[in-house]
Design a protein around this ligand. Structure first.
Ligand SMILES: Cc1cc2nc3c(=O)[nH]c(=O)nc-3n(C[C@H](O)[C@H](O)[C@H](O)COP(=O)(O)OP(=O)(O)OC[C@H]3O[C@@H](n4cnc5c(N)ncnc54)[C@H](O)[C@@H]3O)c2cc1C
Length: 386
């Protein structure tokens, strides 16, 4: 598209910040609007693989990304009670060479800080909650609940699972509660008694699981997150205060290594887990969706953030490459929908790296170089035989 195209990015999360950085690098004028008054270091950890490192490389952030978070030495899957090792992926030099980049576990807020670095000063307008969009033949007017308006030629909805942009395209529809809640805690590693824990372990029980990992290079901060059955959730998507004893009791009978983690947890909060059923409508006219706004997945594959960042890379390339929004958005969705659909399916099954798993198609993917004129075979998962 013409480099004079005015682009509004709605939402300054992982998808929005990545897209804004890449589009500015490509020469576009970009405004990012976010509802938050400012960013703060709240939230928890996120696991990201080489498919994401390759995108951050394009923003000259890869080294800082890997140095701010931890490059875990291993991902382990273990049985929650016997401790039996079910699967192991070693993140050694051979693995990094095979996938084309490092794996990094990082505090989400630290990643947000990094993703803001490449942006031109003043790009992000905080305190701008999108309230509605008017589309005309020649452009868009964005309405914010602080009473201000913005003008743009195209808008990218990156406003998360409760996206107002999505409502504009698809009509209002609540996200789906998946029957699981997620107790989470971030705490100093010094609270863990005895020997240090492994860098990143998923503990599997028949109807629940726990993921525990370090988030910093010096291994001084631990993040633990579980998924437990929950028949219902009263309230919106906001977290509620949790009970540490209930969290420990949920894994009563756990292997000693898991018990040391649950017993170290403090300040537990409980988050409901929502997702979105698959939708293949990601754009309308001048407005397009990415990330959780179009395809929020349940966090069991730890891949929603990766999909958001991959979306940003492919969408930025399509906007730069093709002449008009219709062509750019059609190519973007043709490339993204099959891959995201695979991730949605695996996330629902909660089967990722439970046992022997083919991972090359996922971590080896490079959204910065896949051809834009066709859907590559690599973009579909060999695990799922469609
Ligand atoms: C418990 C849990 C653990 C997870 N772990 C992982 C993991 O390990 N690895 C991984 O890859 N993924 C993980 N995910 C998924 C990942 O967090 C999301 O998929 C990812 O954050 C989506 O990015 P996004 O940019 O689309 O949306 P978000 O990061 O949610 O950003 C949306 C942005 O839009 C803003 N916004 C919202 N509404 C409006 C509005 N009306 N107007 C203006 N701004 C608005 C918000 O303030 C926010 O800044 C996890 C998710 C959960 C729930």
């Amino acid at each position: 598209m013409d480099r004079g195209t005015r682009i509004a990015v709605l939402g300054a999360g992982l998808a929005g910040l990545t897209a804004a950085g890449l589009l500015q690098r490509a020469g576009f004028s970009v405004d990012v609007y976010d509802q938050s008054p400012s960013f703060s270091r709240i939230g928890a950890g996120i696991i990201l693989g080489a498919n994401v490192s390759k995108v951050l490389r394009r923003l000259d952030l890869e080294k800082a990304f890997a140095a701010t978070g931890i490059r875990p030495d291993t991902f382990l899957s273990r049985a929650w009670d016997s401790g039996e090792q079910l699967y192991r992926l070693d993140f050694d030099a051979e693995c990094e060479a095979r996938f084309g980049g490092p794996f990094v576990n990082i505090h989400r807020a630290d990643l947000h800080q990094l993703l803001q670095r490449p942006l031109a000063p003043g790009t992000i307008r905080f305190g701008h909650k999108l309230a509605g969009i008017d589309e005309r033949v020649d452009g868009l007017t964005l309405h914010f609940d602080n009473g201000t308006r913005g003008e743009a030629d195209i808008a990218i909805g990156a406003d998360g699972i409760r996206s107002v942009t999505r409502d504009f395209i698809l009509g209002a529809e609540e996200p789906r509660f998946v029957g699981r809640s997620a107790p989470r805690a971030v705490f100093p590693a010094s609270r863990i008694k005895g020997k240090p824990i492994a860098d990143c372990t998923k503990w599997w029980a028949p109807d629940r699981h726990t993921l525990a990992y370090y988030m910093t290079p010096d291994r001084n901060e631990v993040y633990v997150m579980a998924a437990l059955p929950a028949a219902r959730w009263d309230g919106d998507g906001s977290p509620v205060k949790g009970d540490r004893d209930e969290f420990i009791a949920a894994f009563d009978g756990a292997h000693a290594d898991l018990k040391r983690v649950t017993e170290a947890a403090q300040d537990v909060t409980v988050w409901p887990i929502f997702d979105r059923p698959r939708s293949d409508t990601w754009y309308k006219g001048r407005v397009v969706l990415m990330g959780d706004a179009s395809h929020a997945v349940r966090p069991f594959m730890a891949a929603g953030g990766s999909m958001a960042i991959e979306d940003a890379a492919i969408l930025a390339r399509c906007i730069a490459e093709f002449d008009d929004p219709a062509t750019a958005f059609a190519r973007y969705t043709a490339i993204r929908i099959p891959r995201v659909a695979d991730v949605q399916e695996i996330s629902i099954a909660n089967s990722w790296m439970h046992g022997p798993t083919e991972t090359d198609w996922f971590f080896g993917y490079d959204p910065c170089i896949v051809p834009l004129d066709r859907v590559l075979p690599e973009a579909t998962c060999p695990i799922l035989k469609r």
